[in-house]
Design a protein around this ligand. Structure first.
Ligand SMILES: [Zn+2]
Length: 297
Protein backbone atom coordinates (compact mmCIF):
# COMPACT_ATOMS: atom_id res chain seq x y z
CA UNK A 1 0.00 0.00 0.00
CA UNK A 2 1.60 3.24 -1.14
CA UNK A 3 0.18 6.03 0.97
CA UNK A 4 2.04 8.75 -0.94
CA UNK A 5 0.10 8.18 -4.16
CA UNK A 6 -3.27 8.47 -2.52
CA UNK A 7 -5.29 11.63 -1.98
CA UNK A 8 -5.31 12.03 1.75
CA UNK A 9 -6.61 15.16 3.42
CA UNK A 10 -4.68 14.66 6.66
CA UNK A 11 -1.58 16.64 7.68
CA UNK A 12 1.71 14.82 7.00
CA UNK A 13 2.78 15.08 10.63
CA UNK A 14 -0.42 13.42 11.72
CA UNK A 15 0.16 10.66 9.18
CA UNK A 16 3.68 9.96 10.44
CA UNK A 17 2.53 10.00 14.02
CA UNK A 18 -0.36 7.69 13.42
CA UNK A 19 0.72 5.42 10.63
CA UNK A 20 2.15 2.80 12.97
CA UNK A 21 -0.94 2.74 15.15
CA UNK A 22 -3.17 2.57 12.13
CA UNK A 23 -1.17 -0.23 10.53
CA UNK A 24 -1.31 -2.20 13.75
CA UNK A 25 -5.05 -1.76 13.92
CA UNK A 26 -5.43 -2.67 10.29
CA UNK A 27 -3.33 -5.76 10.67
CA UNK A 28 -5.37 -7.01 13.54
CA UNK A 29 -8.86 -6.02 12.51
CA UNK A 30 -8.71 -5.54 8.72
CA UNK A 31 -10.43 -2.17 8.92
CA UNK A 32 -9.04 -0.98 5.64
CA UNK A 33 -11.42 -0.93 2.73
CA UNK A 34 -8.74 0.41 0.43
CA UNK A 35 -9.19 3.47 -1.71
CA UNK A 36 -12.78 4.54 -1.85
CA UNK A 37 -14.24 7.04 -4.27
CA UNK A 38 -16.05 9.78 -2.46
CA UNK A 39 -19.50 9.87 -4.11
CA UNK A 40 -19.88 13.61 -3.57
CA UNK A 41 -16.47 14.92 -4.62
CA UNK A 42 -15.59 12.03 -6.93
CA UNK A 43 -12.12 12.07 -5.38
CA UNK A 44 -10.36 8.94 -4.37
CA UNK A 45 -9.69 8.87 -0.69
CA UNK A 46 -7.90 6.47 1.51
CA UNK A 47 -10.42 5.43 4.06
CA UNK A 48 -9.07 4.05 7.25
CA UNK A 49 -12.54 3.07 8.22
CA UNK A 50 -14.97 1.10 6.16
CA UNK A 51 -18.40 2.78 5.98
CA UNK A 52 -19.69 0.30 8.54
CA UNK A 53 -17.26 1.90 11.01
CA UNK A 54 -19.06 5.25 10.57
CA UNK A 55 -22.30 3.62 11.58
CA UNK A 56 -20.63 1.93 14.53
CA UNK A 57 -19.13 5.24 15.69
CA UNK A 58 -22.40 7.09 15.25
CA UNK A 59 -24.45 4.50 17.09
CA UNK A 60 -21.95 4.43 19.94
CA UNK A 61 -21.84 8.18 20.50
CA UNK A 62 -25.30 9.29 19.38
CA UNK A 63 -26.93 9.08 22.84
CA UNK A 64 -24.15 11.13 24.45
CA UNK A 65 -24.07 13.65 21.60
CA UNK A 66 -27.84 14.04 21.82
CA UNK A 67 -27.57 14.74 25.55
CA UNK A 68 -24.73 17.21 25.03
CA UNK A 69 -26.92 19.07 22.50
CA UNK A 70 -29.72 19.59 24.99
CA UNK A 71 -31.61 16.31 24.68
CA UNK A 72 -34.39 15.09 22.41
CA UNK A 73 -37.19 17.63 21.93
CA UNK A 74 -40.18 16.13 23.77
CA UNK A 75 -42.77 16.18 20.99
CA UNK A 76 -43.00 13.04 18.91
CA UNK A 77 -45.23 14.63 16.24
CA UNK A 78 -42.55 17.22 15.59
CA UNK A 79 -39.82 14.56 15.60
CA UNK A 80 -41.66 12.37 13.13
CA UNK A 81 -42.35 15.31 10.80
CA UNK A 82 -38.69 16.37 10.74
CA UNK A 83 -37.64 12.75 10.31
CA UNK A 84 -40.07 12.34 7.41
CA UNK A 85 -38.55 15.30 5.54
CA UNK A 86 -35.05 14.02 6.35
CA UNK A 87 -35.89 10.57 4.99
CA UNK A 88 -37.07 12.15 1.72
CA UNK A 89 -33.61 13.64 1.32
CA UNK A 90 -31.94 10.38 2.39
CA UNK A 91 -33.91 8.37 -0.17
CA UNK A 92 -32.49 10.39 -3.08
CA UNK A 93 -28.95 10.81 -1.72
CA UNK A 94 -25.79 9.03 -2.92
CA UNK A 95 -25.87 6.61 0.00
CA UNK A 96 -29.50 5.63 0.53
CA UNK A 97 -28.34 2.35 2.07
CA UNK A 98 -27.35 4.06 5.36
CA UNK A 99 -30.01 4.21 8.07
CA UNK A 100 -30.40 7.95 8.70
CA UNK A 101 -31.72 9.33 11.97
CA UNK A 102 -32.97 12.91 12.15
CA UNK A 103 -33.47 14.31 15.63
CA UNK A 104 -34.64 17.67 16.93
CA UNK A 105 -32.69 18.66 20.03
CA UNK A 106 -34.05 21.05 22.59
CA UNK A 107 -31.77 24.02 22.31
CA UNK A 108 -32.26 27.75 21.71
CA UNK A 109 -28.93 27.87 19.89
CA UNK A 110 -29.23 27.93 16.11
CA UNK A 111 -27.41 24.97 14.63
CA UNK A 112 -27.42 21.65 12.80
CA UNK A 113 -24.92 18.79 13.03
CA UNK A 114 -24.01 15.61 11.19
CA UNK A 115 -22.40 12.77 13.10
CA UNK A 116 -20.72 9.88 11.23
CA UNK A 117 -23.01 7.05 10.25
CA UNK A 118 -26.15 9.07 9.47
CA UNK A 119 -27.06 10.73 12.79
CA UNK A 120 -28.26 14.26 12.05
CA UNK A 121 -29.37 16.84 14.60
CA UNK A 122 -31.18 20.15 14.24
CA UNK A 123 -31.86 22.49 17.14
CA UNK A 124 -35.36 23.68 18.00
CA UNK A 125 -33.83 27.19 17.89
CA UNK A 126 -33.03 26.81 14.20
CA UNK A 127 -36.42 25.22 13.38
CA UNK A 128 -38.13 28.23 14.87
CA UNK A 129 -36.34 30.60 12.49
CA UNK A 130 -37.30 28.78 9.30
CA UNK A 131 -40.47 29.44 7.29
CA UNK A 132 -41.00 26.43 5.07
CA UNK A 133 -40.59 22.70 4.63
CA UNK A 134 -38.27 23.34 1.67
CA UNK A 135 -35.96 25.37 3.94
CA UNK A 136 -35.89 22.49 6.42
CA UNK A 137 -35.13 20.14 3.51
CA UNK A 138 -32.25 22.46 2.54
CA UNK A 139 -30.66 22.20 5.99
CA UNK A 140 -31.17 18.44 6.24
CA UNK A 141 -30.02 17.86 2.65
CA UNK A 142 -26.82 19.78 3.37
CA UNK A 143 -26.17 17.64 6.47
CA UNK A 144 -26.92 14.42 4.54
CA UNK A 145 -24.31 15.67 2.05
CA UNK A 146 -21.73 15.75 4.88
CA UNK A 147 -22.63 12.19 5.91
CA UNK A 148 -22.41 10.89 2.34
CA UNK A 149 -19.04 12.57 1.76
CA UNK A 150 -17.86 11.32 5.16
CA UNK A 151 -16.72 14.88 5.89
CA UNK A 152 -17.06 14.36 9.61
CA UNK A 153 -14.50 11.57 9.63
CA UNK A 154 -12.05 13.48 7.46
CA UNK A 155 -12.45 16.66 9.53
CA UNK A 156 -12.23 14.73 12.79
CA UNK A 157 -9.02 13.03 11.70
CA UNK A 158 -7.68 16.49 10.86
CA UNK A 159 -8.79 17.93 14.18
CA UNK A 160 -8.04 15.23 16.74
CA UNK A 161 -5.70 13.02 14.70
CA UNK A 162 -6.22 9.57 13.31
CA UNK A 163 -4.89 7.96 16.48
CA UNK A 164 -7.67 9.50 18.56
CA UNK A 165 -10.22 8.57 15.94
CA UNK A 166 -9.09 4.95 15.84
CA UNK A 167 -9.07 4.94 19.64
CA UNK A 168 -12.56 6.45 19.73
CA UNK A 169 -13.87 3.64 17.57
CA UNK A 170 -12.25 1.08 19.82
CA UNK A 171 -13.27 2.50 23.17
CA UNK A 172 -14.37 -0.01 25.72
CA UNK A 173 -14.46 0.05 29.49
CA UNK A 174 -10.75 0.54 30.11
CA UNK A 175 -9.52 3.44 32.28
CA UNK A 176 -9.05 6.57 30.15
CA UNK A 177 -11.77 5.57 27.69
CA UNK A 178 -14.31 7.95 29.23
CA UNK A 179 -11.91 10.86 28.75
CA UNK A 180 -11.24 9.83 25.16
CA UNK A 181 -14.97 9.53 24.50
CA UNK A 182 -15.51 13.05 25.90
CA UNK A 183 -12.74 14.31 23.60
CA UNK A 184 -14.40 12.69 20.61
CA UNK A 185 -17.80 14.17 21.43
CA UNK A 186 -16.54 17.70 21.97
CA UNK A 187 -14.55 17.30 18.76
CA UNK A 188 -17.66 16.41 16.77
CA UNK A 189 -19.60 19.33 18.23
CA UNK A 190 -16.95 21.95 17.48
CA UNK A 191 -15.98 20.54 14.12
CA UNK A 192 -14.96 22.97 11.39
CA UNK A 193 -15.47 21.70 7.89
CA UNK A 194 -13.39 23.11 5.08
CA UNK A 195 -15.01 25.57 2.67
CA UNK A 196 -14.74 22.95 -0.07
CA UNK A 197 -16.64 20.44 2.07
CA UNK A 198 -19.31 23.05 2.74
CA UNK A 199 -19.68 23.92 -0.91
CA UNK A 200 -19.92 20.26 -1.88
CA UNK A 201 -22.56 19.68 0.82
CA UNK A 202 -24.50 22.74 -0.44
CA UNK A 203 -24.38 21.54 -4.03
CA UNK A 204 -25.44 17.97 -3.35
CA UNK A 205 -28.04 19.25 -0.87
CA UNK A 206 -29.46 21.40 -3.66
CA UNK A 207 -29.73 18.45 -6.04
CA UNK A 208 -31.32 16.29 -3.30
CA UNK A 209 -33.91 19.03 -2.73
CA UNK A 210 -34.92 19.02 -6.37
CA UNK A 211 -35.04 15.23 -6.56
CA UNK A 212 -37.22 15.22 -3.46
CA UNK A 213 -39.52 17.82 -5.07
CA UNK A 214 -38.64 21.05 -3.25
CA UNK A 215 -38.03 24.54 -4.60
CA UNK A 216 -34.21 24.92 -4.61
CA UNK A 217 -34.49 28.66 -3.88
CA UNK A 218 -35.33 27.71 -0.31
CA UNK A 219 -31.64 26.97 0.24
CA UNK A 220 -30.81 30.57 -0.65
CA UNK A 221 -33.57 31.75 1.69
CA UNK A 222 -32.08 29.62 4.47
CA UNK A 223 -28.71 31.33 4.02
CA UNK A 224 -30.40 34.75 4.01
CA UNK A 225 -32.25 33.96 7.24
CA UNK A 226 -29.02 32.83 8.90
CA UNK A 227 -27.23 35.90 7.59
CA UNK A 228 -29.87 38.22 9.04
CA UNK A 229 -29.72 36.46 12.39
CA UNK A 230 -25.95 36.70 12.37
CA UNK A 231 -26.23 40.47 11.83
CA UNK A 232 -28.17 40.70 15.13
CA UNK A 233 -25.91 38.48 17.22
CA UNK A 234 -23.24 35.84 16.56
CA UNK A 235 -25.11 32.60 16.05
CA UNK A 236 -23.85 29.13 16.83
CA UNK A 237 -24.27 27.93 13.24
CA UNK A 238 -21.30 30.02 12.13
CA UNK A 239 -18.96 28.56 14.68
CA UNK A 240 -19.24 25.34 12.67
CA UNK A 241 -20.16 26.58 9.17
CA UNK A 242 -18.62 29.28 6.99
CA UNK A 243 -20.25 32.63 6.38
CA UNK A 244 -23.25 32.48 4.04
CA UNK A 245 -22.45 35.43 1.75
CA UNK A 246 -20.30 33.54 -0.73
CA UNK A 247 -22.63 30.59 -0.46
CA UNK A 248 -25.62 32.67 -1.52
CA UNK A 249 -23.73 33.78 -4.64
CA UNK A 250 -22.75 30.32 -5.84
CA UNK A 251 -26.15 28.85 -4.98
CA UNK A 252 -27.94 31.53 -6.99
CA UNK A 253 -25.58 30.95 -9.89
CA UNK A 254 -26.18 27.18 -9.83
CA UNK A 255 -29.94 27.59 -9.62
CA UNK A 256 -29.94 30.11 -12.50
CA UNK A 257 -27.73 27.94 -14.71
CA UNK A 258 -29.14 24.56 -14.02
CA UNK A 259 -32.27 24.52 -11.94
CA UNK A 260 -34.30 27.55 -13.06
CA UNK A 261 -37.12 25.27 -14.20
CA UNK A 262 -37.46 23.82 -10.73
CA UNK A 263 -38.12 27.04 -8.86
CA UNK A 264 -41.84 26.39 -9.32
CA UNK A 265 -41.56 23.37 -7.03
CA UNK A 266 -43.42 23.75 -3.73
CA UNK A 267 -42.03 25.38 -0.59
CA UNK A 268 -44.46 23.80 1.86
CA UNK A 269 -45.00 26.89 4.05
CA UNK A 270 -48.39 25.75 5.25
CA UNK A 271 -47.14 22.27 6.21
CA UNK A 272 -44.20 23.79 8.06
CA UNK A 273 -46.36 26.20 10.01
CA UNK A 274 -48.75 23.44 11.06
CA UNK A 275 -46.15 20.79 11.90
CA UNK A 276 -43.35 22.90 13.35
CA UNK A 277 -44.10 26.55 14.14
CA UNK A 278 -47.47 25.92 15.77
CA UNK A 279 -45.81 23.32 18.03
CA UNK A 280 -42.72 25.35 18.94
CA UNK A 281 -44.62 28.58 19.45
CA UNK A 282 -48.40 28.35 19.32
CA UNK A 283 -49.95 31.17 17.22
CA UNK A 284 -51.32 33.08 20.23
CA UNK A 285 -47.85 33.17 21.80
CA UNK A 286 -46.05 34.07 18.58
CA UNK A 287 -47.57 37.45 17.73
CA UNK A 288 -48.69 39.87 20.36
CA UNK A 289 -51.87 41.64 19.24
CA UNK A 290 -50.61 44.46 17.07
CA UNK A 291 -53.92 45.42 15.52
CA UNK A 292 -54.50 49.08 16.50
CA UNK A 293 -58.26 48.58 16.04
CA UNK A 294 -58.37 45.81 18.57
CA UNK A 295 -58.97 48.08 21.52
CA UNK A 296 -59.36 46.32 24.79
CA UNK A 297 -62.56 47.56 26.36
ZN1 LIG B 1 -22.05 22.09 6.73
Amino acid sequence: MDISTTTLRIPTVAIRRTVLVVLLVLASTALLNGCAVNPVTGEEELMFFGPEKDVQLGRKYAPQIERALGGRFPDENLQSYVNRIGQRMARVCHRPDIAYHFTVVQQKGINAFAVPGGYIYITSGLLQELDSEAQLAAILGHEVGHVVARDTLVAMSRQIGMTALVAAAAIGDAPGDVTRAAGFISGVLTLQYSRDDEKDADMVGLSYMIQAGYNPEAMVETMQILDELQAMRPIEFFSTHPNPESRIAYLQERIGNRYALFTELPDGEEEYRKNVLDILAPPHARQPTADPNAVDQ
